[in-house]
Design a binder for this molecule. Sequence first.
Ligand code: UGA
Length: 436
Amino acid sequence: MTETGEAAVGSKIAIIGTGYVGLTTGACLAHLGHTVVCADVVQAKVDSLSKGEVPILEAGLDELVAEGIAAGRLSFVMGAKNAVTEAEFVYLCLPTPQGADGAADLSYIQSAAAEIGPHVLADAVVINKSTVPVGSVGEVEKALGRPDVHVVSNPEFLREGTAVQDFLHPDRVVIGGRDEGAAKRVGDLYAKLEAPTLVTDPASAETIKYASNAFLATKISFVNAIAAVCEAVGADVADVVEGMGFDTRIGSAFLNPGPGWGGSCFPKDSHALVRIAENAGYTFGLLRAVVAVNEEQFGRVANKVSRLAGGSLEGKTVAVWGVTFKALTDDLRDSPALNIIARLREQGATIRAYDPSDQDPSDARLAGIELVADPLEAATGADVLAVLTEWPEFAEVDLGRLAEVIGAKNVVDARNLLDRDDLKARGFTYEGIGRS
Ligand code: UGA
């Protein structure tokens, strides 16, 4: 919020990169009243976005893109430099993939900054929105080569599937900049959102992003480890989490046990933070253990499946419900389901999968998986059913029909989603996570 509480509507903004973060940011800023030009390097993407065709599954995004285009506040162009010539603010929303040594690869950000350097208006603010290593504000300053342009960090805290909602109702806005005036101008862009705004130095803002994701991953690995304890001692993890959650210092959010965490952020960011710490002289043993517990979890789920199949998956068919990294997204990046499927295939299983999202069967990541159009079709004749993603529709499947079509009545429910008692009453052997 500005000191006066006044929203800086009508600012001219460029967004470089139209992936999940860039497109959501651009559409939401246009919704807030700003004029936004989004740049990408793929002509076909620019063309289809200009027609309002959104290439990703993200609740509410189609509507906001259509609204922005209709209002004349949202447009798409080829090439970063074409977006920035009139911009007061330039958001860098480019990928920072994991490099060979675990560190984030900054090259997309650096080359975009170098490209726009000669074309950015004096006094413009360049904003690092993607998750970038600590020190990246300085790297972007160098690549820009423009001492008259400000660079700030303004990390995103958007979950895929609820990114629009998260953008418009944030828990906080974090801005890291050396120039107080520039940081305040960026804060003004969000004034309508009424979120608490924290202004810090660049390194602290960059660290807040990594620390937040690492902490969330830690919570999940913790609950998955507790689930293993529950299985060993005969406790029920749902009751344990409920009991923990009443303690307001703990809370119950983000403590759902599952097949392990994945997606485009947690795996990459946790490895990057381990590397950042190591490069700075600190061995982040706790976070390494969090990553190790996650790997272990993939293996634990795969073992449950082979155990229910009688100890060997050779010649067995496993029905899989859900291949995306979580529900309500079509994103396969670092999907725990795919990791587990790979382990099952290595042990000789044939995989027949159903996912409610639109998937391209020729996607290399789905190679060797037979994709079918219906959950019961996937289960027909299968030796084990593995529920790997928590799509709500799986909980609606008629369990009577499931009992009729499945080959052997075995279910591994890695999301604790199905009705365990109903399945057991129908003669299924059921294994959830942390429920003995
Ligand atoms: C995550 C963070 O939640 C966002 O705040 C952050 O902005 C984003 O990364 C990012 O850095 O861009 P996202 O990757 O979309 O968002 O997904 P999450 O909803 O956080 O889920 C991550 C993984 O954890 C999924 O595999 C999910 O199934 C798993 N998970 C989540 C659990 O197993 N249990 C839970 O209780 C919650």
